[in-house]
Design a protein around this ligand. Structure first.
Ligand code: SF4
Ligand code: SF4
Length: 82
């Protein structure tokens, strides 16, 4: 099993810190629109919806930044298993 970031949507507060730090990983600038993780309010279900596309698991960083800075722990890093 490959490493991945697990998403616990029910814990997400919609703070969007993950989008900011992801864009910092990608461009060394704060530009949430380019983030590989996106937070969208689902008005029909009245909860946050999280998508992650083409994530490189923060290659080159010490740890995935979105996981590190998600205070409510809605994002959890799962290392690769043999
Ligand atoms: S940092 Fe965590 S709580 Fe904040 S929007 Fe992202 S997933 Fe949700
Ligand atoms: S692990 Fe890194 S690249 Fe992937 S979504 Fe999180 S911050 Fe972005």
């Amino acid at each position: 099993m490959t490493a991945k970031v697990l998403i616990k949507q029910e814990k997400c507060t919609g703070c969007r810190t993950c989008e900011i730090v992801c864009s910092y990983h990608l461009s060394r600038a704060f530009q949430p629109s380019i983030s590989k993780i996106q937070i969208v309010w689902d008005s029909e279900r009245s909860k946050m919806h999280i998508t992650m596309d083409q994530c490189d698991l923060c290659e080159g960083e010490e740890a995935p930044l979105c996981v590190r800075y998600c205070s409510p722990k809605a994002l959890v890093y799962q290392p690769a298993a043999n």
